[in-house]
Design a protein around this ligand. Structure first.
Ligand SMILES: Nc1ncnc2c1ncn2[C@@H]1O[C@H](COP(=O)(O)OP(=O)(O)OP(=O)(O)O)[C@@H](O)[C@H]1O
Ligand SMILES: [Mg+2]
Length: 137
């Protein structure tokens, strides 16, 4: 995958050139395996993640999920609920106005992973799995 951005400057934000953010990066991931990409700041990790999610369009490349190029799918066919980004700054990722329960329930409800009536039970189960279960009185 190759990703470029227009670089702009000046009062009228004229296009000055192109930022070569990512040049021909290529990798494969196996199901249920973790993979850590450690590279220096500005190497293009976030830009790659955003392009995989189609939050920005790459200049070229493909993103194959079960053999299907998600970059070629239309909006209705996209399977965003099968992919997600985990942001490294939790203070920027979590809404301080929402409870932890609401924060966990929100993506499950948006992606229709659970029915509203099941959401509380699912959230409690997930919190318990990571050692954050409620102490019984
Ligand atoms: N919207 C944008 N417009 C112009 N340049 C951008 C844009 N987004 C990223 N860049 C540039 O693309 C390059 C890659 O940035 P990116 O944020 O992907 O790096 P990163 O590996 O995630 O860094 P970090 O470890 O600091 O998060 C950098 O040179 C950055 O300045
Ligand atoms: Mg980043």
């Amino acid at each position: 995958m190759t990703i470029r951005f227009e670089s702009r400057s000046g009062r009228l934000s004229a296009v000055q050139g192109q930022v070569h953010a990512v040049e021909n990066v290529s990798f494969g991931l196996k199901v249920a395996r973790r993979w850590r990409w450690s590279e220096k700041s500005g190497a293009g990790k976030s830009a790659t993640g955003r392009s995989i999610m189609r939050l920005t369009e790459p200049l070229s490349g493909s993103v194959l999920l079960d053999g299907v190029d998600v970059l070629k799918l239309n909006q209705a066919e996209r399977q965003r609920d099968r992919m997600q980004m985990s942001f490294k700054d939790p203070f920027a990722s979590l809404n301080p106005r929402m409870s932890i329960g609401s924060s966990i329930a929100e993506p499950l409800l948006i992606n229709r992973r659970v029915r509203p009536s099941e959401a509380v039970n699912r959230v409690v189960e997930l919190l318990r799995r990571v050692g954050l279960g409620c102490a019984s009185a």
